[in-house]
Design a protein around this ligand. Structure first.
Ligand code: NAD
Length: 503
């Protein structure tokens, strides 16, 4: 075998990685055999390596127009990552967390300017929260079986390169959460972002990769297609180098992923209903519904989308909504808004209602203005009474208008909630102090998230218990994704040894 300088670097890197050296194998090797003119900067990767590793796209910091190149780069990054310790994965994730937290204002503002949907304060908060709360390598605990016949250890191994599709509603936040979880599991990823959030996706990914590369000498752990199209999504679905796909989006992409022939983790659409029964704490229910339904102007897939409240408390509940700051629309105003904000598309049995794009994620004041109503600019939410023939009830509106349907009793409210959730099995919410109603609704709805007496976000650990992810796998059943979602179980068995109990 010819002993090249690169081979020496690789061996030194491997030895240091096996010794648990937390620095960059590349940087360490570069410092041992320096034959270049790069400035010597402690802890930084020697820039000459950019040239020496040409062909695996070092120095691109994850930005690609071509899917094949991106998968090649991510495959190489996966091979490099596999030589590093779990402690190094934690360090890599630390860079993603730090950038998401420290640069949340700048990146959140970029996301807001580019996508033009949602609320700036929430764009910023989402990045910060994902940086802080997405679970990391601590989720990878092994299971151990020990007995007379020896020892079996079940560990969690990576898949390799994961293809990820991300939505416009949370472009960089979804990438941030996916990257933390997937890299914690030892994987790398190639992302096809929504075209309307592609610039902030590229900017964030570039910042993450640059920081990781400068510290550990690995580039392209997260690759992003900078000019994403349906064709590039399809190329990711069909690329033999992509071992798993994870899509976060609406019905079309969920269907495409399920038909791709690859193992897919699908975080699909929702239309979360809320039931309010006669035992609910009404001021608390109103405050929670406003907090959840107005968050980022109703863009969250888990957000309250329609309310079924029992007749005996219906009028009081609407009064509480007004007291808590939401603005009530009259019946004729609701009719006007419906005509403007919901449209019918498709033909024949494909005919269905969808939200009008111009109203998606807009402020409540913008919606009000469209129907000639002036409300304060900081109004969080509009709401109004409808019957369930109003399209706002079945449609995932993703705008801050919440329709309220009057129901005879809790049985009718729960039945309607089940009907209008459409079997997505995504999220359902109840405000009640009757544990029987909670139980009945929980059983019937069979949703991935079921929230009692709080805003939707509390199901993701924001004001409730549990952990956070912005990819909630609903049709495929993995639930709130975590590093474990992106791993394969591997069992390592030792027969009749290392069992030190008994004879
Ligand atoms: P969208 O479905 O329009 O787009 C999502 C992504 O899929 C984009 O990157 C888009 O380019 C891509 N895409 C769309 N059709 C495709 C196809 N046929 N083949 C390949 N790629 C395709 O959704 P959006 O407006 O960006 O996001 C909102 C939707 O996402 C809502 O339905 C919401 O409920 C859902 N969502 C779900 C979760 C979850 O965790 N379950 C999280 C966020 C958003």
């Amino acid at each position: 075998m010819q002993v090249t300088e690169q081979a020496i670097r690789d061996v030194v890197g491997q030895v240091l990685a096996q010794m648990g050296h937390s620095g960059s194998p590349g940087a360490a090797a570069a410092n041992l055999s320096k034959d270049c003119n790069c400035p010597e900067e402690s802890g930084r990767h020697c820039q000459c390596d950019d040239k020496k590793t040409e062909g695996v796209y070092t120095g691109r910091y994850g930005l690609f127009t071509d899917v094949d190149e991106a998968v090649t780069a991510a495959t190489h990054a996966f091979e490099q990552l596999s030589m590093h310790s779990v402690e190094d994965r934690k360090r890599i994730i630390g860079h993603i967390r730090r950038i998401s937290i420290e640069q949340c204002e700048e990146l959140g503002t970029m996301e807001m300017r580019e996508t033009k949907i949602g609320r700036l304060e929430h764009k910023i908060e989402k990045l910060k929260t994902l940086g802080e709360k997405t679970p990391g390598v601590e989720f990878l605990s092994s299971q151990i079986f020990s007995g007379d016949h020896g020892l079996a250890v079940i560990e969690h191994a990576p898949f390799g390169v994961i293809g990820a599709i991300t939505p416009v509603t949370h472009s960089l936040p979804t990438i941030t959460g996916n990257a933390v979880s997937m890299i914690a599991g030892g994987n790398t990823l190639v992302v096809n972002p929504h075209p309307s959030g592609r610039k902030v996706a590229a900017e964030g990914v570039q910042r993450f990769n640059r920081a990781i590369y400068e510290d550990l000498g690995i580039d392209n752990l997260i690759c992003v297609i900078t000019e994403p199209t349906l064709e590039s999504a399809d190329a990711i679905f069909n690329h033999k180098g992509v071992k798993l796909i994870c899509v976060t989006g609406g019905p079309a992409v969920a269907r495409a992923a399920l038909n791709s022939g690859k193992r897919a983790i699908v975080a699909g659409p929702g239309n979360p209903p809320v039931v309010v029964d006669e035992t609910a704490d009404l001021p608390r229910a109103a405050a929670a519904m406003i907090a959840g339904a107005s968050y980022d102007n109703n863009l969250l897939c888990i957000a309250e989308k329609e309310v079924f409240a029992v007749d005996s408390i219906f009028d009081l509940l609407l009064e509480e909504m007004e007291k808590a700051g939401a603005v009530r629309l009259s019946a004729s105003e609701v009719t006007q808004l419906t005509a403007l904000a919901i449209q019918t598309v498709g033909e024949g049995n494909q005919r269905h209602d969808v939200p009008v794009k111009e109203f998606l994620g807009q402020d409540a004041a913008v919606l009000a203005k469209a129907i000639g109503k002036q409300v304060p600019a900081d109004t969080p939410l509009l709401f109004g009474e409808v019957d369930d023939s109003n399209p706002f009830v079945p449609v995932e509106q993703m705008m801050p208008f919440l329709p309220f349907v009057r129901c005879r009793n809790s049985d009718e409210a729960i039945a309607k909630a089940q009907e209008y959730e459409h079997g997505f099995r995504h999220t359902a919410i109840i405000h009640s102090n009757n544990v029987r109603n909670m139980t009945r609704m929980g059983r019937l709805m069979d949703t991935t998230l079921f929230v009692k007496n709080g805003p939707c976000m509390s199901a993701l650990g924001l004001g409730g218990e549990g952990y956070l992810s912005f990819s909630i796998a609903t049709p495929t059943g993995e639930g709130v994704t975590s590093p474990l979602t992106f791993t394969r179980e591997r069992r390592c068995s030792l027969i009749e040894d290392l069992c030190i109990l008994g004879k």
